[in-house]
Design a protein around this ligand. Structure first.
Ligand code: ATP
Length: 833
C-alpha cells in the first residue's frame, strides 16, 4: 500500500476548563484559572500560556469545540487521512465528560457521539457515489497490558477484588499480543474488530467497551481510572463509478483533496481510521516512561510501559495522522499544581510535528476499477440486449472491448516494466561492478608504484659490490688487528722480561709508552671491527626486505592480471547477455511484424466482407453506413487513446532517465572538483572530464527526446482525428497503413524519418542519425516530433518499437474480437464488427 505524504502539521491543542463542581464549592475551593478575553490564552498564578483554542471558564463555549477542532478531521478521513483526538488531563479534570464515553454525562454533547453523527451523516450523503465499510475496536492500556474491550468473552459483571472494582474475563481466550511488524509498526494480534453498519451499532460497541473497562477508585474520584483507552474507527470506502459523470467531477466529489488530485488517487480505495482516545494522563505517562527518570526517583507515580506499548501510545498521538489534543483541566485552586503541569505539558505538545499521509495502492486499484467498469458495462449491455440491437449496444460493445484492451495493455505494461527493470538493474549492476573493479585496479597500481619505488631505494646501492667491499675491509681490519695483537704480545713479553730483569725496578718510560700506544690501537681496531659487523647485519636486513618487496610486487602483479581478466570476463558476459536479449527482441519484432501483416490482410478481408454484405443487403444501406461510421469512430478513438497513453509513458520514462542523468552529472561534477588540483592532462582529470562531457551530451539528447515526446503529446491531445498521425493512413478505405516489412529492420543509432511529401504513401526510412544535418534534425522535431534516437539501452529500443508499430497488432486483436462478434451476429441482417 503506497502512502502519499500530506503537509507536515503540528499537534493542535485545545484547552477545556470544566466548571467548579458542587463538591469543590462545598469544600470552599476557589477558581484559580483566568482566560484572557477574546484570546486563546490561559493564566494561572504568574504563568501565562497560549494555545490553539480555549473552551470553558470565561473562554469560548465548549459547544463550538467539535465544529472547530474535530469536524475537519472527520472531513479529512473521507480524503484518506488518519486522525487522532486525545483527551489529556489529571484525574477528575473532565476527560470522560469531554469525549462522551461515560454513557451518562456528555453522552450527547461529547466528542465521540458527535464524530459518529457527523460520520454517518456524511456516509448518507455519499452513499450513491461510494460504498463504505466501518469497523471499530476498543482497547485499554493498563500498565504493561493491552486489554480488548470488545472481546465477547468478557462477562459484563463486576466484583470487588482487593478492595477495588475489577472485572472477570472468561479464561481460555489468549490476551492481545503486542507485535512489531517488519516495517516497525506496532500491531495488536488477536484484537477484536467489530463491523458496524449503523450508528446504533457503533454506539452500542462504545457503551459495551466502556462498561468492560477496568476501573479503580482513587481518593479524588471513585469513577476515575488509571488506564488509557483508545477507541478506533476504521472507515473503508470504495467509490462507485457513474458513467454519466466525468471522472474528474467524481474526484472532486469524493476525494477532493489537492493531494488526491495531484497523485491521481481519484476513485481509489482508501483505508483510514480515526483514533479517539480517552486516556488518563496518557501523554504524560508516555513521556515520563521515555525519559523522566528523575520524576520517578522523586516518587512521582510514573507507570512503566514497555517500549512497544510506548510506541503504540505514541502512534495514537499522531505520527502519521492529524492530531488534536484536548487538555482537560480543573479550575479549583486545590488542583492548581496538577493543572499547571497539565498546561506546561500541553504547551510542549504544540511543538510535536506530524506528517499526515494517505494510504493508497494505485496500480491494483486502477485495474480493479477497470474490471468493475467492465462488469458494469456488461450488465448494462445485457439489459440493452433484451430490448433488441441498436447503435447504443454497438457503442457499449466497443467501449467494453476498448476497456478490455486497455486493461490488457496495462497488465502487459506491468510485465514489460518488469523486463525493463531487469535490464536496467543488470546494466546498473554491471556498471557498479566495473566501477568497483576499476577502483580496485587503481588501488593495485598505486600499491605497485609504491613498492617499486621502495625497491628502487633499496636497489639503488650495488649490494654485491658493497658486500664485497665490506668483507674486504673487514678482512683488512682483522689482519691489522692480528698484527697489532702480535705486536702487543711481543711488547708484553718484552715488558715481562724487562720486569724480571729489573727486579722490582721501574720500567723504562719508552717501553711503557709504547705499551699504552699499542693497547689504544688494539681498542680502536676492535671498535672498527664491531662497526663493520653491525653494517653487515644491516645489509642482511635490507636484503631480506628487498626479497619481501619483490614477493609483494609479484603478488600484486598477479592480482592485477587476475582482476583485468575478471573485468574482461564480466564485460564479455554482459555482451553475451545483451546479444541473447537482442536476439529475443528480434524474434518478438519478427512475430509482431508478421502479426501486423496478418492484421492488414484481415482488415482488408473484413472490409471486403462488409462491402459484399452491404451489396447483399442493399435494402438496408443505412444500417451498413451506421456500422461503418461506428467502426471508424471506434478506430479513431482506439488509435488516439493508444497514442496518448504511449506518449505519456514515453515522457515519464524519459523524464526519469533525465533525472538520473542529472544526478549522475552532479555527482561527477562534485567528483571532478577535488581532482582539479591534478595536472589538466592527468589520467584522472582527463577521464573525468571526458565522462562529464559525455554525460552532458547524453543529457542533452534526453532533453531533446522529452521535448519531442511533449510536442507529440500535445499534438495528439489537441487533435482527436486520425489525420494528424503521420503513421496513419491516407486511404479512407484502409484505416491502417501497415508499413512494409523492411521498415522493421533496425540498427542502433538511427532516426525514423520519411520523405518531404507529407501525405504520400512513402514508407518510413531508417537513417543513421549521424547522417542528418542539424537543420534536418530540427526540421524533423518541428514537424511534430518524428525524431527518435535509438541508443544502447534495450528498453528504449523497445519503447520505440512499441510506439511505432504497436497499432497493427492491436488491430489484430480487435479484429479477432470483431470476427467473434460477426460469427455471433451472423443470423442478423447487419453483421457488425
Ligand atoms: N464540562 C463539564 N461540565 C460539567 N461537569 C463536568 C465537566 N467536565 C467534567 N465534569 C464533571 O466532573 C467529574 C469528573 O469528570 P470526568 O469523570 O470526566 O473526569 P476524568 O478526567 O475522566 O477523570 P478520570 O481520569 O479519573 O477518569 C464528573 O462528575 C463530571 O460530570
Amino acid at each position: 500500500m503506497a502512502m502519499v505524504n500530506g503537509e507536515d502539521c503540528c499537534v493542535k491543542v485545545a484547552v477545556h476548563i470544566r466548571p467548579l463542581l458542587g463538591d469543590e464549592r462545598q469544600q470552599g475551593c476557589k477558581d484559580c484559572v483566568t482566560v484572557v478575553p477574546g484570546k486563546p490564552q490561559v493564566q494561572i498564578g504568574t504563568h501565562s500560556f497560549t494555545f490553539d483554542h480555549v473552551y470553558g471558564g470565561t473562554g469560548f463555549p465548549p459547544s463550538s469545540m467539535f465544529e472547530e477542532c474535530v469536524s475537519p478531521l472527520v472531513d479529512g478521513l473521507f480524503q484518506g487521512y488518519n486522525a487522532t483526538v486525545l483527551a489529556y488531563g489529571q484525574t477528575g479534570s473532565g476527560k470522560t465528560y469531554t469525549m462522551g464515553t461515560g454513557c451518562k454525562d456528555g453522552s450527547q454533547t461529547g466528542i465521540i457521539p458527535q464524530v459518529m453523527n457527523s460520520l454517518f451523516g456524511k456516509i448518507e450523503t455519499l452513499k450513491d457515489q461510494a460504498e463504505f465499510q466501518l469497523r471499530v475496536s476498543f482497547i485499554e492500556i493498563l500498565k504493561e497490558e493491552v486489554r480488548d474491550l470488545l472481546d465477547s468473552s468478557y462477562v459484563g459483571k463486576f466484583e470487588a477484588v482487593n478492595g477495588h472494582v475489577g472485572k472477570l474475563a472468561v479464561p481460555g481466550k489468549p490476551p492481545v499480543q503486542i507485535r512489531e511488524a517488519s516495517n516497525g509498526a506496532i500491531t495488536l494480534a488477536g484484537l477484536t474488530e467489530v463491523f458496524v453498519r449503523t450508528q446504533k451499532e457503533m454506539t452500542s460497541c462504545l457503551e459495551q467497551g466502556s462498561l468492560n473497562r477496568a476501573t479503580g477508585s482513587t481518593n479524588m474520584n471513585n469513577q476515575s481510572s488509571r488506564s488509557h483507552a483508545i477507541f478506533t474507527i476504521t472507515l473503508e470506502q470504495m467509490r462507485k463509478l457513474d458513467p454519466s459523470v466525468t471522472e474528474s467531477a467524481q474526484t472532486e466529489d469524493i476525494a477532493g483533496s489537492d493531494c488526491a488530485k495531484r497523485t491521481g488517487s481519484d476513485g481509489l480505495r482508501f483505508k483510514e481510521g480515526v483514533h479517539i482516545n480517552k486516556g488518563l494522563l496518557a501523554l504524560g505517562n508516555v513521556i515520563s516512561a521515555l525519559g523522566d527518570e528523575k520524576k520517578r526517583k522523586e516518587g512521582v507515580h510514573v507507570p512503566y510501559c514497555d517500549s512497544k506499548l510506548t510506541r503504540l501510545l505514541q502512534d495514537s498521538l499522531g505520527g502519521n495522522s492529524r492530531t488534536v489534543m484536548i487538555a482537560c483541566m480543573s479550575p479549583a485552586d486545590i488542583n492548581s499544581e496538577e493543572t499547571l503541569n497539565t498546561l506546561k505539558y500541553a504547551n510542549r505538545a504544540r511543538n510535536i510535528q506530524n506528517k499526515p499521509i494517505i494510504n493508497r495502492n494505485p496500480i491494483s486499484e486502477e485495474i480493479q476499477r477497470m474490471h468493475q467498469h467492465i462488469e458494469y458495462l456488461q450488465v448494462e449491455l445485457a439489459c440493452y440486449q433484451g430490448g433488441g440491437a441498436s447503435d447504443e449496444i454497438q457503442a457499449l460493445k466497443e467501449k467494453v472491448s476498448w476497456l478490455e484492451a486497455t486493461n490488457e495493455d496495462l497488465c502487459r505494461e506491468l510485465c514489460d516494466s518488469k523486463d525493463i527493470d531487469e535490464e536496467v538493474a543488470k546494466e546498473w549492476e554491471h556498471t557498479l561492478l566495473q566501477d568497483s573493479m576499476g577502483k580496485e585496479l587503481n588501488e593495485l597500481n598505486k600499491r605497485l608504484e609504491q613498492k617499486e619505488s621502495e625497491m628502487k631505494m633499496i636497489g639503488g646501492f650495488d649490494t654485491l659490490a658493497l658486500k664485497q667491499h665490506f668483507k674486504k675491509k673487514l678482512m683488512g681490519l682483522e689482519e691489522e688487528k692480528k698484527a697489532v695483537q702480535q705486536e702487543r704480545d711481543r711488547l708484553l713479553a718484552e715488558v715481562e722480561s724487562l720486569a724480571a730483569a729489573s727486579d722490582g725496578h721501574k720500567l723504562p718510560d719508552n717501553h711503557l709508552q709504547k705499551l699504552k700506544a699499542l693497547e689504544a690501537q688494539i681498542l680502536e681496531l676492535k671498535k672498527k671491527h664491531d662497526n663493520q659487523v653491525q653494517l653487515l647485519k644491516q645489509k642482511q636486513k635490507s636484503e631480506e626486505a628487498a626479497k619481501k618487496l619483490q614477493e609483494e610486487i609479484q603478488f600484486i602483479e598477479a592480482q592485477k592480471v587476475q582482476l583485468q581478466h575478471k573485468i574482461k570476463q564480466e564485460a564479455e558476459q554482459l555482451r553475451l547477455w545483451k546479444a541473447s536479449r537482442e536476439k529475443e527482441l528480434l524474434q518478438v519484432l519478427q512475430r509482431k511484424s508478421e502479426e501486423a501483416a496478418m492484421a492488414t490482410k484481415k482488415l482488408k478481408e473484413l472490409l471486403e466482407t462488409r462491402k459484399t454484405s452491404a451489396q447483399e443487403h442493399s435494402g438496408n444501406l443505412q444500417g451498413v453506413q451506421s456500422s461503418e461510421r461506428s467502426l471508424q469512430r471506434w478506430l479513431d478513438h482506439e488509435l488516439v487513446m493508444v497514442h496518448v497513453h504511449e506518449v505519456r509513458n514515453e515522457y515519464e520514462k524519459q523524464s526519469q532517465a533525465r533525472t538520473a542523468l542529472s544526478e549522475e552529472l552532479a555527482f561527477l561534477r562534485r567528483e571532478a572538483l577535488p581532482n582539479s588540483a591534478s595536472p589538466p592532462g592527468g589520467k584522472n582529470g582527463h577521464s573525468s572530464k571526458a565522462r562529464r562531457k559525455e554525460m552532458e551530451k547524453q543529457q542533452k539528447m534526453e532533453e531533446e527526446a522529452v521535448a519531442t515526446a511533449l510536442s507529440i503529446s500535445s499534438s495528439v491531445n489537441s487533435n482527436s482525428s486520425l489525420k494528424h498521425s503521420a503513421d496513419e493512413t491516407s486511404d479512407p478505405l484502409s484505416p491502417v497503413a501497415v508499413p512494409a516489412q523492411k521498415q522493421l529492420k533496425y540498427t542502433a543509432g538511427i532516426v525514423n524519418t520519411r520523405g518531404p511529401a507529407a501525405f504520400d504513401n512513402h514508407a518510413w526510412k531508417m537513417v543513421p542519425i549521424r547522417q542528418l544535418s542539424l537543420a534536418k534534425k530540427q526540421a524533423i522535431i518541428s514537424q511534430g516530433g518524428k525524431l527518435w534516437r535509438w541508443r544502447r539501452s534495450h528498453h528504449q529500443w523497445l519503447l520505440q518499437f512499441k510506439w511505432k508499430w504497436q497499432k497493427p497488432w492491436k488491430l489484430s486483436e480487435w479484429i479477432r474480437h470483431s470476427d467473434k462478434t460477426i460469427m455471433r451476429a451472423r443470423p442478423r441482417p447487419l453483421p457488425l464488427p
